[in-house]
Design a protein around this ligand. Structure first.
Ligand code: PLP
Length: 357
């Protein structure tokens, strides 16, 4: 099997797995302590959590706190629901469902336009009652990198907070200023079931999960294993950021050559090269997927690809329903090899030819 779906999730780094095992087993089975207990086992688990918090924070701006959550979806919900009530939320039309659906559910959505290249330009007005701007750093479907520093400035000028969904950016490129930043371990070679919200000092949140408030703004017993795995993955990503980026660049360059007959969705510039979203007019993507079952790729975001609906992101950049439905996304990462890209491309291009394209 060839895995080319790194935006959906990433394999667990061996280093992250090792860091987790200590808290699943531990010496003589002592790794299971509750990190919120005051006794020795609890304190040991707590120390592991605080080390991981530092490691996660080391890839984020200074001057804020890291709140561990069960996922980035939860972090985003905490940010959007917990940072205020009333007023509108201005969001790009290409946000992930976590932001998009939450804004719609809250009845506060004001959509910002996205250009054909995927950019959400800051020269757009936000409503006078805007309380929150949400523009993601790297798009999960097409990889566009948004001008987050400009959006942060714009939010300040409008007395609004700025939430950045940095799930696809964190650990891959620098995550710049915002008031709140949502991240997720499983996009970074860490485990699933753990995310975090970074919150700038001075920004207050209403907890959305009440109980013990173990994380200050969030209740629930933390899993030391998941948190330690997240911390190890972040630490590794920081150390390898340049090396990982060079590797991705090599995959991208080869893939662009191999898929030169396809059309790139979104602009060439300001784009993370871990993500290649391309289309062939008239392509039957379901047929392609069933004929290339041993290549793991995507017809959109993992959340939306089962729905049969055309991607709202591809629609937002101006593609027709037919064009959106004839698009596929390949995602490369740390463990992808050139050979895998070549084998996958050969299989996919052969299957496309069979469709008479
Ligand atoms: N935001 C973006 C851009 C994503 O790609 C994802 C995952 O697909 C999420 C948010 C949600 O992350 P999680 O799976 O941790 O809830």
């Amino acid at each position: 099997m060839i895995y080319l779906d790194y935006q959906a999730t990433t394999p667990l780094a061996p280093e992250a797995r090792d860091a987790m095992l200590r808290w699943l087993d531990g010496p003589e089975g002592t790794g299971f302590g509750n990190p919120h207990s005051p006794h020795r086992m609890g304190r040991q688990a707590k120390a592991a959590i605080e080390l991981a918090r530092e490691r996660v924070a080391a890839l984020l701006p200074p001057g804020g706190r890291v709140i561990f959550t069960g996922s980035a979806c939860e972090a985003i919900n905490l940010a959007m629901r917990g940072s205020g009530r009333g007023g509108s939320i201005s969001l790009s039309s290409s946000e992930h469902a976590a932001v998009y659906d939450t804004a719609k559910t809250l009845g506060q959505a004001h959509f910002l336009n996205v250009a054909a290249d995927g950019q959400c330009n800051t020269n757009q007005d936000v409503p006078a009652d805007c309380r929150l701007i949400a523009v993601m750093q790297v798009n999960n479907e097409i990889g566009t990198i948004q001008p987050t520093a400009e959006w942060h400035r714009k939010a300040k000028e409008n007395n609004a907070l700025y939430l950045c969904d940095a799930v696809q950016a964190y650990g891959k490129i620098e995550v710049t200023g915002a008031d709140m930043i949502a991240i997720s371990a499983h996009k970074l070679y860490g485990p699933k079931g753990i995310g975090a919200l970074w919150v700038r000092d001075g920004v207050e949140l209403d907890p959305q999960i009440t109980g013990g408030l173990q994380e200050g703004d969030r209740s629930g017993t933390l899993s030391p294993a998941l948190v330690a795995g997240f911390g190890a993955a972040a630490h590794l990503a920081k150390e390898r950021m340049e090396e990982d980026a060079d590797h991705i660049e090599a995959m991208w360059n080869r893939a662009r050559e191999l898929f030169s007959d396809w059309t790139l969705n979104g602009g060439e510039d300001a784009r993370l090269h871990a993500n290649l979203n391309i289309r062939r007019d008239g392509l039957d993507v379901n047929r392609l997927m069933s004929e290339c079952r041993d290549v793991m790729f995507s017809a959109g975001s993992a959340c939306a690809s089962g729905s049969g609906r055309p991607s709202h992101v591809l629609k937002a950049i101006g593609l027709s329903d037919a064009q959106a439905k004839s698009s596929v996304r390949f995602g490369f990462g740390r463990y992808t090899t050139l050979e895998e890209v070549e084998t996958a491309a050969a299989k996919i291009n052969a299957a496309v030819k069979e469709q008479g394209l």
